[in-house]
Design a protein around this ligand. Structure first.
Ligand SMILES: Nc1nc2c(ncn2[C@@H]2O[C@H](COP(=O)(O)OP(=O)(O)OP(=O)(O)O)[C@@H](O)[C@H]2O)c(=O)[nH]1
Ligand SMILES: [Mg+2]
Length: 1126
């Protein structure tokens, strides 16, 4: 069946100019896998009758059952166009948002992509997302508008209507491309601007040329248009497709108009005057039809019309006029679809239309642009020019894509995927040669004869049966009874221990050099730095690779097995020339998810893959039988390796947690865990929904929307006072919410206030968390006096830009100078909360580091500064409501008094502790616990009682633990109380949700949305259809089962796509209780009917085993029917 042998593929792999690495991208269900089927069937791998039904690239069982693709997988195809032969490495990708990480892994190793758009649904959210991904990776797209048949059969459009509809889709997608292009040009311009500011002399003169930019940038090649040949129209299910070139060729012969002219006019508002053989612009008034309608669409429409009406005569006429031959079986078939498929796939073969476009319009690996190479090589905010010269030199190797022996081998592994070890070619019984088959047959015959001789009395027909089996069996299988002998004959028995194992294959591409089996190669992790290597290892080292000094994030391994990826099959290869997609076996111990492999250590790791989806859905898993914990742990590790986007972690509570991108992804991960990786029964918790805690401004308007007058204000103040009464004694609270608290040893007093941050600031902080992290790394290495690399100018620019943005939004009297005084971000030193120090004695800022180094006093404060920051970090990591992280809170340390006469002793003591700890070999100098131990060992408590001196005073404090520890705890407490005196709110994670629904089910969609606290943002009607596009936001907490419910309620007519979007404050106060008579009446005594925030808070508290304030016995005296009472 298979037309192309592996040998043919190996031969094609060597002709780099004729290789096309492409992936198929689209919104979910737009027909990628069906299209892939059609292309695969052109190679004879599957039969053309099964194309579209088999969905060959969906090799997993759950993919087939659910009808959606979940993993991207690759197949190599052969395509001949004239005398040129091409090798097409095709990757089918999933369209469901939950699996968008699989799209990222596919896009990275391709040079081009096919964007598929459903002709009815048009441009959808994922279409935008994949187009953006393709754009970010600098790969070139072509467009396939699929499911044209639906315009005829379902929407019953006339050809003219269909033409307008298609024009519309094209405009939409070009508008998207335009936006991407514009933003890129503007970004580049901004970068150039920065550069010219950083190096003013680099270009000689200071005159900035404002005209460079959009006007100059060439965008003619960018847009999709049929006349350029980068758009084809298809119906994958019916097996046909065409680009206008096909018709231009035919009609130029038929009508006698030049092909070039037709190419320009077949798409667009032109019509033909047949008599004069002239093409003119369409004049609406004359009611002329465009060429596309007249010459192309009408033909297709009339064919469909004839077949659907079963007009046999007309069908025959069309078939003969097209010069086609239809098999008798198809011609007689009662299903019109079969007939259409038989006729159209001959008339307008889809694989030809698509593959011809791919070969013509998409680049080969040799055409890789220098822009893409530089982008791949520059991680983070590095600039290409700042890389070491050895590294920069590698760019030439990328561009050349040479297969010479001297060329460095560069491979990128974009993901690891698991296959059953039994399915690996080396473990499969290899097909026997003719000779071996004959030999085996002879063996079997002999054995049989012996057996017969031994037992003369056997039934007579047995030998003939056996012989029959032997002769028909292509692989010379043995008769059943002879199994023990079989192993002795089988040349490569399958190793036993492999039988139940998963083997990991790296999904990779060779960018330069030839990957050979047995070659030694460096594995560079994402954090590897060639600079560090070049510093450690002398230039021109010649030692064998194993003898190199250890370098972080680098390992050395051997390329063990190389495979040709053929969809469900793998074929073994000895070597893979540059520019090809391949599978590599034996890397599971070296590569976790992705890596760069290179024969030279000067290669930088490629930039990390950009994932669109944020993993947000988390569940805790545990084995049904506790004894199976080790299997679960192992299984989770394997799962983590096999999926680009899943995260596994062990929480402080000891729970094993899976974090996935969405419900469908979660289901797939659990199935994999149960059936492939752990192979045990597991119990899964309810999804753990993340929340954030924050505070808001006190209300200006009361519950019934009246401005709070003086009277109410008093009430509010009264209420705040009441809340403040929750605060234990000994802590001072002023009316403005300033908390003043003293450490247990009375040596330090902290005054902290919590203020809600404006929303924009929180957003800016979230967006810049990477930058904040790198700032933090820089400061800490500076503080430690380590010699770090110079901050690159661009990073510095970014930091200033970030600061400017903060300053822009923190205006007003309250925020004066705040930005300059930011001391730390939290939690984890990069989160969306800030600590501001207003203490006059001590200034420290993230921008400049500690100020006033000379002052001795300040240095004392600095000693304890870390403890304050740690306290702040702890407080922001888990808030007082339900121990969830904080968000959008600014803590201002207004005052910080160290009792001056005593602090000297305290700091003395701290340094003493320090030295003790160092002696004791313990590194954690700030841990109060380790400090306690030291104190116990010392046993110095009685001494101060005798000598109430300065030193003695400080030692009394020992019974409260070390001073730094006390400071941490006190600061944490202060922050928590400061929060509690403000109106606290929970923040919920929100999904954006795009639903497409027909008008008749719209009502039900809204019903489900509002039941689940969703909010509709926008509703739009898709032009020319009765489809509505609804954009809504929905709390993650309410999203479980949402997709299923919508599907059920609308009988599958609407299906939502959920993507994490942002955090949103839940307006209700979780602590609110009814106080007035009216409120009691309205909300009931518990007021829990309305209070969503409290429900969430209590659920989290329960899960975490925290105290929940709830009445357990509600009506102890008598039973009441609640419904009647209401
Ligand atoms: N009418 C019509 N239906 C089509 C066509 N192509 C695909 N379909 C149907 O659309 C549905 C989805 O097709 P798939 O090929 O699985 O879509 P996909 O893009 O691979 O979907 P995901 O991989 O889940 O994103 C299937 O039911 C197909 O039969 C077409 O040209 N016309
Ligand atoms: Mg698919």
């Amino acid at each position: 069946m298979v037309l192309n042998s592996v040998d043919k593929m190996i031969q094609l792999q060597k002709n780099t100019a004729n290789i096309r690495n492409i992936c198929v991208l689209a919104h979910v269900d737009h027909g990628k896998t069906t299209l892939a089927d059609c292309l695969i069937s052109s190679n004879g791998i599957i039969s053309s009758r099964l194309a579209g039904k088999l969905r060959y690239m969906d090799s997993r069982e759950d993919e087939q059952v659910r009808g959606i693709t979940m993993k991207s997988s690759a197949i190599s195809l052969h395509y001949a166009k004239g005398i040129e032969e091409y090798l097409i490495n095709l990757i089918d990708s999933p369209g469901h948002v939950d699996f968008s990480s699989e799209v990222s892994t596919a896009v990275r190793i391709c040079d081009g992509c096919i964007i598929v758009v459903d002709a009815v649904e048009g441009v959808c959210p994922q279409t935008q997302a994949v187009l953006r991904q393709a754009w970010l990776e600098n790969i070139r797209p072509v467009l396939v508008i699929n499911k044209i048949d639906r315009l005829i059969v379902e929407l019953k459009f006339t050809p003219q209507e269909a033409y307008s509809h298609l024009k519309n889709i094209l405009e939409q997608i070009n508008a998207l491309t335009g936006t991407l292009f514009t933003s890129k040009v503007l970004e580049e311009r901004a970068e150039r601007e920065i550069e010219s500011r950083v190096n003013p002399n680099s270009e000689g003169d200071q005159v900035y040329d404002w005209s460079t930019g959009l006007e100059d940038a060439d965008d003619s090649q960018l847009y999709f248009s049929p006349e350029q040949g980068n758009v084809v129209f298809t119906s994958a299910i019916d097996g046909w497709g065409f680009g206008i070139e096909h018709f231009a060729r035919i009609y130029s012969q038929k009508i006698g108009i030049k092909k070039e002219v037709l190419l320009k006019t077949l798409w667009g508002d032109y019509y033909i005057n047949m008599k004069a053989k002239k093409i003119m612009k369409v004049d609406q008034a004359k009611g002329k039809k465009p060429l596309f309608v007249q010459l192309i669409l009408e033909n297709i429409w009339s064919l469909y019309d004839a077949v659907l009406k079963k007009d046999k005569e007309k069908i025959d006429k069309i078939v003969t006029s097209l010069g086609l031959k239809i098999g008798a079986r198809e011609a007689r078939h009662s299903d019109p679809k079969v007939q259409i498929n038989a006729i159209c796939s001959q008339w307008l073969p889809i694989s030809h239309a698509v593959l011809a476009m791919v070969c013509q319009k998409l680049p080969s690996p040799l055409d890789i642009t220098s822009e893409r190479v530089e982008k791949l090589m520059c991680t983070g905010s590095q600039a290409f020019d700042s890389l070491p010269p050895e590294t920069q030199a590698l760019k030439a190797a990328f561009m050349k894509c040479s297969s010479e022996d001297t060329a460095p081998v560069i491979i990128f592994v974009s993901k690891m995927f698991a296959v059953d070890a039994k399915a690996l070619p080396q473990n499969k019984p290899r097909p026997l040669t003719q000779e071996e088959i004959a030999q085996r047959r002879e063996h079997a015959r002999q054995r049989h004869a012996e057996k017969l001789a031994a037992s003369q009395g056997q039934a007579p027909q047995e030998p003939t049966q056996d012989r029959g089996t032997l002769e028909t069996s292509p692989q010379g299988e043995e008769p059943k009874g002879d199994e023990p002998d079989m192993t002795s004959v089988n040349p490569e028995p399958v190793p036993r221990e492999d039988s139940n194992q998963e083997a990991f294959i790296a999904f990779a591409r060779v960018f330069s050099g030839v990957a050979r089996r047995g070659k030694k190669i460096f594995v560079l992790g994402p954090k590897y730095s060639p600079v560090e290597f070049l510093q450690r290892v002398p230039l021109g080292f010649s030692a064998p690779l194993e003898d190199l000094p250890p370098v972080p994030h680098m390992a050395c391994c051997t390329l063990e097995n190389l495979y040709l990826l053929m969809g469900r099959e793998l074929e073994e290869l000895e070597e893979v020339p540059p520019g090809n997609v391949l599978g590599i076996g034996g890397l599971q111990d070296f590569v976790l998810k992705s890596a760069t492999l290179c024969s030279l250590p000067s290669c930088p790791p490629f930039i990390p893959l950009s994932f669109e989806a944020t993993p947000i859905v988390r569940v805790a898993v545990e084995p049904k039988h506790p004894s199976e914990m080790p299997q679960l742990m192992k299984g989770m590790k394997l799962l983590n390796q096999a999926d680009p986007c899943v995260q596994i972690l062990i929480q402080e509570t000891g729970e094993h947690v899976l974090v996935t991108a969405g419900e469908v992804h979660l289901q797939r991960c659990l199935d994999d865990l149960r059936e492939r990786f752990a192979k045990i029964h597991i119990s899964v918790s309810e999804p753990i929904i993340p929340f954030r805690e924050t505070i808001t401004k006190p209300p200006k308007v009361d519950m019934v929307n009246e401005e709070i007058g003086r009277q109410q204000k008093v009430a509010v103040i009264h209420q705040t006072k009441e809340e403040q009464s929750k605060i234990p004694e000994g802590i001072q609270v002023d009316s403005d919410g300033l908390i003043t608290i003293t450490t247990p040893n009375k040596l330090a007093t902290l005054s902290v206030r919590a203020i809600p941050l404006p929303e924009e600031i929180t957003q800016i902080l979230e967006e810049n968390s990477d930058l904040i992290r790198s700032m933090e790394l820089l400061t800490s290495s500076l503080n430690e006096g380590r010699n770090t690399q110079m901050i690159h100018q661009k990073t510095q620019e970014k930091i200033w830009e970030f600061k400017r943005k903060l300053e822009l939004h923190l205006t007003g009297r309250k925020w004066r100078n705040t930005v300059d005084h930011i001391w730390s971000f939290g939690p984890r030193k990069c989160g969306p909360n800030i600590l501001v120090s207003r203490s006059e004695d001590f200034q420290n800022s993230v921008w400049t580091g500690p100020a006033g180094r000379e002052s001795k006093e300040a240095s004392r404060f600095r000693d304890f500064g870390n403890s304050i920051v740690s306290g702040f970090q702890l407080a922001t990591l888990s808030g007082p409501m339900c121990e969830e992280p904080l968000m959008g809170v600014c803590f201002v340390l207004e005052k910080w008094d160290l009792n001056k006469s005593e602090e000297q002793g305290a700091s003395d003591q701290q340094s003493q502790e320090h030295s003790n700890l160092v002696e004791g070999g313990q590194g954690e100098d700030e841990s109060p616990h380790s400090g306690d131990e030291t104190q116990e060992q010392e046993g110095g408590c009685p001494e101060p009682l005798e000598k109430p001196s300065q030193k003695g005073e400080s030692l009394v404090t020992d019974c409260y633990g070390p001073f730094s520890g006390q400071l941490i705890a006190t600061m944490k407490e202060a922050c928590r109380y400061a929060l509690q005196v403000k109106p606290q709110r929970l923040m919920a994670a929100m999904y954006t949700c795009d639903i497409m629904a027909t008008s008749d089910v719209l009502g039900r969609v809204y019903a489900v949305l509002s039941k689940r606290e969703g909010r509709v943002l926008q509703e739009e009607m898709k032009e020319g259809t009765d489809m509505f596009i609804i954009k809504a936001v929905l709390p993650v907490a309410e999203s479980f089962g949402f997709a299923d419910e919508i599907r059920k309620r609308t009988s599958g007519l609407a299906s939502p796509q959920l993507v994490f979007s942002h955090w949103e404050v839940i307006p209700s106060d979780p602590f609110w209780v009814p106080t007035t008579e009216e409120e009691y009446l309205h909300f009931g005594e518990k007021a829990d009917s309305e209070n969503q925030a409290r429900k969430y808070m209590n659920a989290v508290r329960k899960r975490k085993g925290l105290y929940v304030e709830e009445k357990i016995v509600e009506h102890a005296e008598k039973q009441r029917t609640l419904s009647k009472n209401k």
